[in-house]
Design a protein around this ligand. Structure first.
Ligand SMILES: C[C@@H](N)C(=O)N[C@H](C)C(=O)O
Ligand SMILES: [Zn+2]
Length: 198
C-alpha cells in the first residue's frame, strides 16, 4: 500500500495463528477468513497515525488538540513501544480480518476496511429494523465475524468491525483479564539471530 516500512507478509503470534485457523474452520461452508493486517512495525503505526491525524486536522480545523487526538485514536492507536502499553498491532496479538467467499472476494460489511467513519463501529448496524436487504446482510456478516472470533477468545475493538485482539492490552481491557500476555514484538530475522549469537 506504499506505506514506508510496511512488510509484505502478514505475521502474528503463534497462539493467534492457531486460533485464526480454528475460526476459519468454524465458518459456514463456502466462507473463509481474510486476514488484512497483523503485526506492524512502529514506523508503520506512526505513519498511519500521523496520516489520519493530519487528514482530520485539515478537514476539521475547528477541533482542539485533545478532540483531534480522540478522533484519531478512534481508528488508529497511538504509536508506542512502551512495554506496558504498546500499540496493539506491534505485539502480534492484534489482527484486522473480514469474511470472504469461495473466490476470495470480501463479503459486504456495510463499510470498507479502514473506513474511518461512525458506520464502521462494530454495532453501527444494530438496532434499526427499518432498513433494506443489503443492510441486513451486512449486519448479519458483521455478527457472524464477531461471534466466530469471540468463540475463539478474541475481543473486538468497538470502533472497528474488523479489528480483533488476543493477548494484548486491548484484549486484557475488553476481555477483563488481569493482564496482557504479549508485549511489543520484533521479527526474528536471520540478521537479528546472528546479532544475538555472534
Ligand atoms: C489502522 C486500523 N486498521 C487499526 O488497526 N486500528 C487500530 C485502532 C490500531 O491502530 O491498533
Ligand atoms: Zn487493527
Amino acid at each position: 500500500m506504499g506505506i514506508p516500512g510496511a512488510v509484505d507478509e502478514c505475521y502474528v503470534r503463534e497462539g493467534v495463528y492457531r486460533r485464526l485457523l480454528a475460526v476459519a474452520r468454524s465458518l459456514p461452508e463456502g466462507l473463509s477468513l481474510l486476514v488484512l493486517d497483523g503485526w506492524r512495525p512502529w514506523r508503520v503505526q506512526q505513519y498511519l497515525f500521523e496520516t489520519l491525524q493530519a487528514t482530520i486536522q485539515t478537514n476539521h480545523p475547528e477541533l482542539d488538540e485533545q478532540a483531534l487526538l480522540v478522533r484519531t485514536r478512534e481508528f488508529v492507536a497511538q504509536p508506542s513501544t512502551e512495554p506496558t502499553a504498546p500499540s496493539p498491532h506491534l505485539t502480534g496479538g492484534a489482527v484486522d480480518v473480514t469474511l470472504c467467499d469461495v473466490d476470495g472476494l470480501p463479503l459486504d460489511m456495510g463499510t470498507l476496511f479502514d473506513e474511518a467513519v461512525p458506520a464502521s463501529h462494530a454495532d453501527a448496524l444494530e438496532g434499526d429494523p427499518g432498513q433494506d436487504d443489503a443492510w441486513r446482510r451486512a449486519r448479519d456478516n458483521r455478527r457472524l465475524l464477531y461471534h466466530a472470533m469471540h468463540a475463539e477468545g478474541f475481543t473486538n475493538l468497538p470502533s472497528e468491525w474488523w479489528h480483533f485482539d488476543l493477548g494484548d492490552q486491548l484484549w486484557a481491557h475488553y476481555g477483563e483479564y488481569a493482564s496482557a500476555r504479549y508485549g511489543p514484538a520484533e521479527l526474528d530475522t536471520i540478521e537479528s539471530r546472528w546479532r544475538r549469537q555472534l
